[in-house]
Design a protein around this ligand. Structure first.
Ligand code: GLU
Length: 427
């Protein structure tokens, strides 16, 4: 990890470079490089042992020119306000690149759900909503799950909002459980979305996915479903890394003959932590958590946190790697990006690769508004269409203008948001 790393500075640096290329005027730049509104608040919780603990929460609304703010809420012990600012900014570009009528927002709570009972987590969820209820809503700002939050958290949040507002407001949040206003396919959406774009990228590169191998960082919701679809397409996943809560470090799990997703899931906790001893029994080589990056594979899928591929480790990427698909938000620093670009590795940038989750959240809103829910096949087929269309638009622009994929994606998103802001007379 790069210790000096500041994700919001990185998001602004990425923005500034593209704003320059697009010759955006100063006012628009100033507006788009900062969030529209920030909420910082305390969430006091009566813990199970009778003490009161105060958790720090954030909701940051980056931009709403194209529609209500949209984006998840993370629970993480290392959460910082600058991380939430960056993630909020990236949500704006993410919704714009897949062309859904939503803006960007993000929330976070500094906490570690590993050490919290269900009741304590429920209190955090409810306290979070009490702090911001007047500033969110189906047409204002719509949260969703993210790192270490899940559909159960979303129901508690929705319920608290409905108690405050009086009435039923399923549209206030997405990622709800199926049967409670949630969409089929939402759980799979982000990971599958990553793989739809990998499939398209390989097609464009003239590579048969059946001949490829991949290494994944993280074994949470995104990674698990990305591996699932990759295997369905005939690819071979040989390595996956995950966080080990007991040791407070991560490990990589390697099997040259191909990992068996189902067997690994059986020995994985709800946070995506794989049991090391059992993995060894099953024939996995367990090594350092950074080893996922140095595997001799065709595809790398960082699907954990930001700041994972940086100046100090980028040169350890194997010569064989042809494609990096960013399942996580902000996994690659600009310094590493430069090296990757020079090496000619194809990159599917984060806010394009992982846009499947929010696209399915948008489908959840559409279905909720109609009060008519689609089959899983229908959801996934619409998701595939949306991701493929977004990938193709970015790829075509990158070919036409000879741009790095990340720059092409940024150009499309920033132009769309700048135009919407102008149309509204905001800038
Ligand atoms: N947290 C997901 C993301 O980073 C999904 C956001 C949403 O569905 O609003 O894209």
């Amino acid at each position: 990890m790069d210790k000096k790393f500041n994700p919001f500075k990185m998001a602004q640096q990425q923005f500034d470079e593209i704003a320059e290329k697009l010759s955006l005027d100063q006012g628009t730049r100033q507006f788009l490089r900062n969030p529209q509104k920030e909420m910082h608040f305390s969430i006091p919780v009566k813990m199970d042992d009778g003490t009161t603990q105060v958790f720090q929460g954030f909701r940051i609304q980056h931009n709403s020119a194209r529609g209500p703010h949209k984006g998840g809420i993370r629970f993480h012990p290392q959460e910082t306000v600058d991380t939430v600012r960056a993630l909020s900014t990236w949500m704006t570009w993410k919704c714009a690149v897949v062309d859904i009528p939503l803006g960007g927002g993000k929330g976070g709570v500094i906490c570690d759900p590993h050490n919290l009972s269900n009741r304590e987590q429920e209190q955090i969820c409810r306290g979070f909503i009490r702090a911001i209820a007047k500033d969110i809503g189906p047409l204002v700002d719509v949260p969703a799950p993210d790192v270490m939050t899940n559909p159960q958290h979303m129901v508690w949040m929705m319920d608290e909002y409905e108690k405050i507002m009086g009435g039923k407001f399923p549209g206030v949040i997405t990622g709800k459980p199926v049967g409670m206003g949630g969409s089929l396919g939402r759980t799979e959406a982000t990971g599958y979305g990553v793989m739809y774009t990998v499939r398209e990228a390989l097609k464009a590169m003239g590579i048969d996915i059946k001949t490829t191998t991949a290494s994944f960082q993280g074994f949470g919701n995104v990674s698990q479903y990305a591996i699932d679809l990759f295997q369905q397409y005939g690819g071979k996943a040989v390595c996956v890394s995950c966080w080990d809560q007991a040791d407070q470090k991560s490990y990589s799990f390697i099997k040259e003959s191909g990992i068996n997703l189902q067997e690994l899931l059986k020995i994985t906790d709800k946070f995506g932590g794989i049991n090391k001893a059992k993995a060894v029994e099953l024939g996995y080589k367990v090594s350092d958590g950074n080893d996922w990056l140095i595997q001799d594979v065709d595809i790398l899928v960082p699907a954990a946190l930001e700041n994972q591929i940086h100046g100090e480790n980028v040169n350890s990427i194997s010569k064989r790697v042809k494609l990096i698909a960013e399942g996580a938000n902000g996994p690659t620093t600009p310094e590493a990006d430069k090296v990757i670009h020079e090496r000619g590795i194809f990159v599917i940038p984060d806010f394009l690769a992982n846009a499947g989750g929010v696209t399915c959240s948008y489908f959840e809103q559409v279905q909720g508004n109609m009060n008519y829910f689609w089959s899983k096949e229908e959801v996934l087929s619409k998701l595939d269409d949306a991701m493929t269309k977004a990938f193709t638009a970015v790829y075509d622009l990158s070919k036409r203008k000879n741009l790095f994929m990340r720059d092409a994606a940024y150009m499309i998103s920033i132009s769309r948001v700048a135009e919407a802001s102008k149309n509204r007379g905001w800038v």
